[in-house]
Design a protein around this ligand. Sequence first.
Ligand SMILES: [Zn+2]
Length: 105
Amino acid sequence: MSPKRVESAPPLKKVIENYPDAFLFCRTIGHRWAASTAHVREGGRIERVLACDQCEARRTQVIDSNGFIVGSSYAYAKHFAINGMGRLNASSRAELRLAGVRRVL
Ligand SMILES: [Zn+2]
């Protein structure tokens, strides 16, 4: 059986060069979440949307009547995901972190 050809991702170094500061900082420091909207769903659960004021990511939480989070989902700005790389490993995250630090040195 021949190995399936996988679309190769651009090298991380190249991706980082064109990666916006906001994405780089959110990925390596964390998002800056602020409550954006909330509304009561049918059945009494509350849906709260948090928005990152830095990269425009959105986090939707479903909260039950006791305050427990029973559902959560995320939506990211276009190009936030580093296409073709899947979940980043520790080395890739370290490379991103170093790039983020260098941008503010
Ligand atoms: Zn963010």
